[in-house]
Design a protein around this ligand. Structure first.
Ligand code: AFP
Length: 333
């Protein structure tokens, strides 16, 4: 390997060595997700030139039309992990029910949750999209065929989470609770190379990201917070909203700022799913020094009731998220 270059494999091995009790199971899982993401990245990149863009003839559990690439990405994530003997089950945004490990493979102690291709309505307009994932351990004492109940754990119990952004380059960002680390895919060698070690979000940001078309449907504290941001004389903010969560999140993580998808009159619990989107990104942001809330509770403290539960998400730099909470609590008016 080139001097000074750390690839994902080397990084994982060195992390594993730092924890003598680690079995390597976890390393294998992250590597398998990385493998799936390389295949997804290849397909996303060639989406414009092959006739893969378009709707598959199926509708997912949320009543949304699935795009072909969603179906493909979902399959690749499952195939990359189902045979390892490290997982006891998976849950994906694209599947109604818990995904069981096929009978022919041994089961392990981990549970994986993922949104295989978030922001899929952006695929055919060439906007960055992403894969989001989280890994939990099955609770002690839980035996038998894994079911929804196994996944009803607060995000704080996650052992790792991350995302892959398919953008101008493909990047994988993950945390196992020991810093947030970003790896850029070098397509010439097909390897993820450590490019962003120990990522930290700035304490205060300059970016706010929210779909302002929903302004009249927001609650009063959210409207007031956004007015505060716009009229702030001490700090100047700029609005940036792509409408592709991983892309909005990644930019704000690097530059500082806040992303909001609050509940509103139409969608009381917002639009984003707790297990597949909110919790993994909340895990990343807390490990990078930021905060994530639904307006009343830290995202990582919420115990889901259902697999596909939605939750309002306010996530980003501490200062902006805490200012939002002050409006929600009535401390700022
Ligand atoms: P799609 O998968 O339908 O593109 O939705 C993307 C998404 O779930 C998330 O990635 C965005 O942050 C959010 O929806 C954007 O929602 P609005 O279009 O309502 O702003």
């Amino acid at each position: 390997m080139e001097k000074g270059v750390t690839n994902l494999n080397r990084f994982l091995i060195e992390e594993q060595r730092a924890f003598p009790e680690a079995t390597g199971d976890f390393t294998m899982l992250i590597e398998s997700i990385a493998f799936a993401s390389k295949i997804i990245s290849r397909e996303v990149n060639k989406a414009g030139i092959v006739n893969i863009i378009g709707k598959a003839q199926s509708v997912n559990v949320h009543g949304e039309e699935q795009q072909k690439l969603d179906v493909y990405a979902d399959k690749k994530m499952i195939e990359a992990m189902d045979h390892l003997g490290k997982l006891c089950a998976m849950a994906s945004e694209e599947n109604d029910e818990v995904i069981q490990v096929p009978k022919e493979y041994p089961k392990g102690k981990y549970l994986a949750v993922f949104d295989p291709l978030d922001g899929s309505s952006n695929i055919d307009v060439n906007i960055s999209i992403g894969t989001i994932f989280g890994i939990y351990k099955r609770q002690d004492g839980d035996t038998g065929t894994p079911c929804c109940k196994d996944f009803m754990q607060p995000g704080r119990k996650m052992v790792a989470a991350g995302y892959v952004i398919y953008g101008s380059s493909t990047m994988m960002v993950y945390s196992a609770g020991n810093g947030v680390h970003g790896f850029t895919l070098d397509p010439s060698i097909g390897e993820y190379i450590l490019s962003h070690p120990n990522m930290k979000i700035p304490e205060c940001g300059k970016i706010y990201s929210i779909n302002e078309a929903n302004y009249h449907h927001w609650d009063e504290p959210t409207r007031k917070f956004v007015e505060h941001i716009k009229n702030n004389t001490e700090r100047t903010y700029t609005a940036r909203y792509i409408g592709s969560l991983v892309a909005d999140f990644h930019r704000n993580l690097l530059k500082g700022g806040v992303f909001l998808y609050p509940g509103d009159e139409k969608n009381k619990r917002g639009k984003l799913r707790l297990l597949y989107e909110c919790a993994p990104l909340a895990y990343i942001i807390e490990n990078a020094g930021g905060r994530a809330t639904n307006g009343a509770q830290d995202i990582l403290d919420i115990v889901p009731d259902t697999l596909h539960q939605k939750e309002p998400l306010i996530i980003g730099s501490k200062y902006e998220v805490e200012t939002y909470l002050k409006y929600q609590r009535g401390e700022l008016k």
